[in-house]
Design a protein. Sequence first.
Lengths: 343, 343
Amino acid sequence: SHETGEKIPRSFVIGRGKLPVLLRNLEQDLRKLMLPHTALHLKESGKNTLKDFVHVAGPLGVSHFVILSNTKNAPYMKVVRSPHGPTMTFKVHDFCLAADVARALLRYRAPPSIFKNPPLVVLNGFNPAEAHLKLVTIMFQNIFPVIDVKKVKLSLCQRVLLLNYDKDTKVIDFRHYAISAQPVGVSRGIRKLVQRTKIPDLRTLNDVSEFVTKSGYGSESEAENESSRVTLPQDYGRGNPASQQSAVKLHEIGPRMTLQLVKVEEGLCSGAVMFHEYGIEENKKKNKKKEEPVDDMDVDMDGEEQHEEEEEDDDADYYRQEVGEEPGEGKRNFTLLRQVPCF
Amino acid sequence: MGCLAIDLAEIVRANSRYFDELVDLIPPKFYLPADDNVEKQWVFGMTKREKREARRLTKEHSKKARRDRLDPEKFVTTLQVLQQRNEVAEAHAEKEEEDEEAKAEENGEGDAEQAPVAGTERVKSSQELRERLHKRIEAIRAERRINKARDWQERTKDASKKRKKSENKTTLANKRQKQGHKETGIVPVSSEKVPVASDMEFGRVKIDSQKRTLNRKSKEKLLEQATKLQKDIQDTEKGKDVASKHSWDAALSRASGQKVFDNPKLLRQSLKREHQRREKSAKKWQDRHDSEAQRAQEKQQTRASHIKERIDARKQRLIAKREKKLMRPGFEGRKAGFLNEAK
């Protein structure tokens, strides 16, 4: 970027295997989340292997992949650093689409202008003493561009991605919000007049003073959050000038997910398994399988080659482990079990 | 009795104030009687032109009145309107009185009483005026002295403040701070410190532009290091520890965007590619260099031949021109001599 002089990390959000409609929608929501530095209308066909994406990513400057895949048990999401980087595999326990959130909220506001700038990211509860959690924080911090504190415009920080780790259940909550600021200490009528472009309807009023004093001083929720009040260092939208107090409000947009980190691998969906939720020893068979092919295969330009069979083996092993039966035995193979939307 | 009188006056004043405030709350339109000076126009007796004129005037008046009503600078309370009207009425009354007096004087009635009263009033008033003037001058002088004292105090305070500031400014840390805070950005207001939970992390933020990596090791050195690492990993004693430590370090640095060169195969490939590139470019240069002398010679040859051609052509042209003059009928060519001449 011009401001920081560092490379802007770009990402691809892709699906592997045949995904049901809901997961395809989730993939689209994740693409919107990663805007603007992602390919919103990326066309992927079934014949594309991971190797193709890696080859294309180099010249385009794409550094991260987010890969969604599906098994009978649960969908999985992999976050990968592109050429040789580590792979983190998350199991998606539950998810909600942006459309579900929109239907659940009274006033869902996600204007397209907020997707013109990358989101901020906040991580909570990731204890840096544990190596895998530290890796997760670093990965998510580097998927989005660096912010130059001195030169950034506050009004361009309009979205935020929240990740919360619960160490008892080892589950990560993934939430996506839009940020808005409201001036503090003015009545609701005046606040709305200043922040919106709409001209108020004074038909029923006798005098302008009624308009000012009608809705009382201060809104109902003002007493609530003293901690959400900040003194703005820069102007933030209409009605929130610099060095004035404003209350910061978050509105949920975008998908919700409950993730659990299952696996961390050294290479791009290959290489040694550095961390496994259910223990590396139990999954040593997989490790051995992975190491041999890497040495024997013909080394490509980047020294990496992905076989489709390996991916399927991976999924098949997961299937076997999670479900306890061979893939293809059950009645309906590879269906999505989506749970009730979480609120 | 005297005390009672004072209280009564106070009470009366308080009541009058209260009523004044009440009156102010009522818009003048409802409180004051309609202005009788405004004549009601007798519409039926007017011609078309007069009616048109009247309509236009009323429109203008109403517009002006509306603008004045809403203009905050021209805002008059009910009481003020009342006072204005009273003044106008008084002026009218006085004028009428004067007219009456003039008429009466004309008629021959003179009031001797008024003149001396007026005279004494005038004398009294001039004395009073002089006293008032003196008092006023004294008051202004006193104020000036007080202001001077206050200003002097403030000036000394400012001077001490400035001295303190200049002391602070000279320290190096403050100089650096000043440099850092030159651009406006999200530098947090120092008075507010938002309490942040200890395990909360945010996106990557660039505060100070650090120097770029000082030395990038040459590829040969990197290759040495990589092969050494591989050897250590093969070594069975501490191999596992080395391997796991290295893989975590590599994963963290790759996730944060730094390149890790630990694969000797890839390094060897890249060395080979660079070597080939250098050879190719060296060969190109050599070819160019060798063929240069030859090409220069060729060019000179062609140039010389062209010049020669031009000269020859010119000579031919001149000869042809000369010969053309002698192509008279009967005389082809030059004089060959007499037939009898001894040869």
